[in-house]
Design a protein around this ligand. Structure first.
Ligand SMILES: Cc1cc2nc3c(=O)[nH]c(=O)nc-3n(C[C@H](O)[C@H](O)[C@H](O)COP(=O)(O)OP(=O)(O)OC[C@H]3O[C@@H](n4cnc5c(N)ncnc54)[C@H](O)[C@@H]3O)c2cc1C
Length: 393
């Protein structure tokens, strides 16, 4: 049996757990990460998705010195086209005003790979794989996890164990949940025309289809599609052979990136969203998807989780500099105060945007086309929307 004393115990070594571990270890804290999978092995990363990283997230990654790794794999988004049904109703965004990009597309595999590389060099971080936490107890102002002959004794525990958080289940923390009864299919593919760093989001009756520009691979143009549709449609789509899928994609993408030439990977994800009624329990803080998850319509789930991590980083920095102990009620309440409303707002926005674009009758279509026209003509509205998406407001 092994007993470890540290400041911070992080449950889950996914996109949020790994960046939390790195950022807090940089502040001098002794950090333990417990991950249920054998994930800290590059070859085992099975997530084929890409993530749209906002400018706000990039700035924080720069501050903690991770962007220099991740940035190598990032394809900038310079323009965004929002298309309602067909090319005649669209809004066009660029970012000439701020002279910066609108975001960056990176494969999740490369984000994790970069984080793990950095983490392995941190002497004050210990990572344990194949450890699934389900036993938590307290001794005075310490919180203790006991698993596989491993006792981890810390001031605070961060639950970064994803949207089906087992820590949340242990504490029975109530959540609001919405099952969209839909799936998203994520397809990475080669295509014939240069994407010119443009991201497209087509809104169809059964859900949005986003085309995200990726870095060239073997001198081929590459992009990723995230397409939401009914469970029935996505189940039948994924069962088709790739040539049939390609012809459907060619029709739906309306020539925006030329011809789809070859499918590289395809994966499906069930769509649901949730919001914890609170973001903490005794000496425990929920981070990222364990606290909140959203409809991927705006590609903001990880970015919002990164805002949690940034706020936590600043809070821990303050407590460390004042010599205060992490994890008491005041600390946890302060985290909740800084982060709950932002998540509630995004939960509402993503849900409402999805409903507005789904409505499909003459009156609603007319109202929506007029609203799109209005936004397209209003610089102020466009600036507000792009600032929100970039995470800089
Ligand atoms: C189709 C799709 C597209 C998306 N696109 C974007 C996008 O473009 N931009 C964006 O910002 N967001 C996007 N998101 C959201 C984003 O993927 C998530 O917000 C992000 O992955 C959450 O990371 P996480 O670390 O909180 O959770 P996870 O990635 O789920 O990681 C949780 C980790 O905890 C581990 N774990 C679970 N239980 C235990 C336990 N009991 N003990 C130990 N370990 C445990 C798991 O093995 C896992 O490694 C998208 C989501 C979907 C579904």
């Amino acid at each position: 049996m092994r007993e470890i004393e540290a400041n911070i115990n992080i449950i889950g070594g996914g996109l949020i757990g790994a960046v939390t571990a790195y950022s807090l270890s940089k502040l001098g804290n002794k950090v333990v990460v417990l991950e249920q999978n054998a994930k800290f092995n590059h070859k085992k990363i099975l997530d084929k998705r890409t993530t749209a990283i906002s400018e706000g997230t990039k700035k924080f990654l720069q501050e903690i010195n991770i962007w220099n790794e991740i940035g190598k794999y990032a394809e900038p988004i310079k323009n965004i086209q929002i298309i309602d049904r067909n090319q005649s109703n669209k809004i066009y965004f660029d970012n000439q005003r701020r002279k910066s990009n609108l975001g960056y597309i990176v494969k999740n595999q490369f984000i994790l790979d970069s984080l793990y590389k950095k983490l392995q060099k941190q002497k004050n971080v210990e990572i344990f794989n194949n450890v699934s936490v389900n036993d938590i107890s307290y001794e005075g102002n310490r919180i203790i996890t006991k698993q596989n002959n491993l006792f981890v004794n810390t001031n605070i525990l961060f639950a970064a164990d994803g949207k089906n958080s087992s820590i949340r289940k242990i504490y029975k923390t109530p959540i609001y949940r919405k099952d969209y009864k839909k799936k998203a299919i994520v397809i990475n593919f080669y295509h014939s025309k240069n994407h010119h760093n443009t991201a497209y989001e087509f809104f169809f009756k059964n859900g949005p289809l986003a085309i995200l520009p990726m870095q060239k691979s073997k001198s081929e143009f590459q992009s990723s599609i995230v397409w939401t549709n009914t469970n029935k449609f996505i189940n039948s789509l994924i069962s088709l052979d790739n040539n049939k899928i390609i012809s459907i994609l060619n029709e739906k993408t309306q020539g925006s990136i030329g011809e789809v030439k070859k499918i590289i990977t395809k994966q499906t994800f069930p769509l649901n969203a949730h919001l914890n009624s609170k973001f903490f329990e005794k000496r425990i803080i929920y981070l990222g998807d364990s606290a909140h998850s959203f409809h991927p319509i705006a590609g903001q789930g990880w970015n919002l989780g990164m805002q949690d991590v940034e706020s936590l980083y600043n809070l821990v920095k303050k407590y460390n500099s004042l010599g205060l102990e992490l994890g008491d009620d005041i600390f946890c309440n302060e985290f909740q105060k800084d982060n709950f409303f932002k998540a509630y707002r995004l939960y509402q926005i993503t849900d409402k945007v999805d409903s507005v674009f789904k409505l499909d009758n003459t009156i609603f279509n007319h109202a929506r086309f007029s609203a799109i026209n209005l936004i397209e003509k209003s610089k102020k509205l466009k600036n507000q929307i792009s600032d929100f998406a970039m995470g800089v407001n």
